[in-house]
Design a protein around this ligand. Sequence first.
Ligand code: SF4
Length: 75
Amino acid sequence: MVKVTIDREGCISCEACWLLCPDFFEQNPNDELSQVTKPYRLGDDPAEGDAPASQEDCVREAADQCPVTVIFVED
Ligand code: SF4
């Protein structure tokens, strides 16, 4: 399990993270920025989630691909 944080204010809605990890990331319909999907969200904060082993490679890849490096993955 790794903790994932998105600095949502810096997101430019490039779509990379939710195309790479559609189970974990999605586009918020109101502000159009990336957020963690409900099943993986920590509490009510759309910017924080726990990624289980099955999502780990994917979220790391998304963090690497994010053009503005606003996705952070902590062990
Ligand atoms: S990859 Fe980064 S910039 Fe692109 S949608 Fe996701 S958080 Fe936003």
